[in-house]
Every structure is written in structure tokens, then in C-alpha cells.
Write a new protein. Structure first.
Length: 155
């Protein structure tokens, strides 16, 4: 009969592969047959040691997705919620960038991609890109208008 793996060691192994939220780690351990009481103990130990920190995870994830993927707040919020991050941590992470900074980032993305926004079709494409990336529609409209002015000034 095979010995059952230690739940704490299992959790450390999981965290060694990639950073996980508390909810993700709970699910991962449950899938491997770890009982709820043991999961609670392991999570408490890992939280005390700083190995599980949903607030920190939300801040790092938000910063990475803004910088590396160009995501807007709506897409980041949805991704964090799906990963089980508590609402207050999501809100705190998103508050690190105000609307003005979001607008500048969205406009910069359009200008950096050479999206001139001169024609209705180009404006629609630019707007679609920003909305898919998770920018609020009104902010996306503002960014398209700013990109249009930006290209006009550069010409």
C-alpha cells in the first residue's frame, strides 16, 4: 500500500511550480484527496509563513498584466475573481492606477501599434482592441480620440 503524501509537502510542491491563490491551492489539494481540516491547517501554516498572500498576488498579477499584456481593469478584475481572490484584494490592487494613468496607457498602446484612428474602420478596430483588453468602453473611446489627435500632431 502506497504511503499518502504529506499535505504540507504537497502544497509546497504546488507552490514550487507556480504562485497560486489560496482558493487555487485549496482546490489543488482537494483534487489530491486532502481532507478539508488538513487543508485548513496547511493554508494557515503557509499564510503565517508568507507563502500564500492573496493581496500580494493580486498586486503582482495586476502590475504584470498591465505592463506585459496591456490589460485594462475589467479584464484584470475578471481574471483575479476567477482565481478566487477576495474582492477587497482585487479592489486594492486596481486602485494603484487612476483613470488618467489608464487613459495614458491605453493611448500609448494604440500609438505604439501604429493605430492611426483616421478612418471609422480604424477607430472601430482600436476601440475593439481596448475593450477586449478590458478597458471600460468610455475610457477606450477617450483613448481612441487621444490617439487620433496624437497621430494628427505627429504628421
Amino acid at each position: 500500500m502506497a504511503m499518502r503524501a504529506d499535505p504540507y509537502e504537497l502544497a509546497l510542491k504546488a507552490l514550487g511550480y507556480k504562485e497560486r491563490t489560496e482558493a487555487e491551492l485549496r482546490g489543488w489539494l482537494a483534487e489530491r484527496g486532502v481532507e478539508e481540516g488538513e487543508i485548513d491547517e496547511v493554508i494557515a501554516l503557509l499564510a503565517e509563513a508568507g507563502a500564500i498572500d492573496d493581496a500580494g498576488f493580486a498586486r503582482r498579477y495586476t502590475a504584470d498584466k498591465r505592463l506585459l499584456a496591456g490589460w485594462g481593469p475589467e479584464r484584470i478584475e475578471g481574471a483575479l475573481a476567477r482565481r478566487g481572490v477576495p474582492r477587497e484584494h482585487i479592489e486594492a490592487a486596481l486602485e494603484t492606477e487612476n483613470e488618467e494613468a489608464q487613459l495614458a496607457r491605453a493611448t500609448s498602446m494604440l500609438l505604439g501599434r501604429g493605430m492611426s484612428c483616421d478612418t471609422e474602420r480604424e477607430r472601430e478596430r482600436a476601440l475593439g482592441l481596448l475593450v477586449r483588453r478590458g478597458y471600460p468602453r468610455e475610457l477606450a473611446y477617450e483613448a481612441v480620440r487621444a490617439a487620433e489627435r496624437g497621430f494628427g500632431e505627429a504628421a
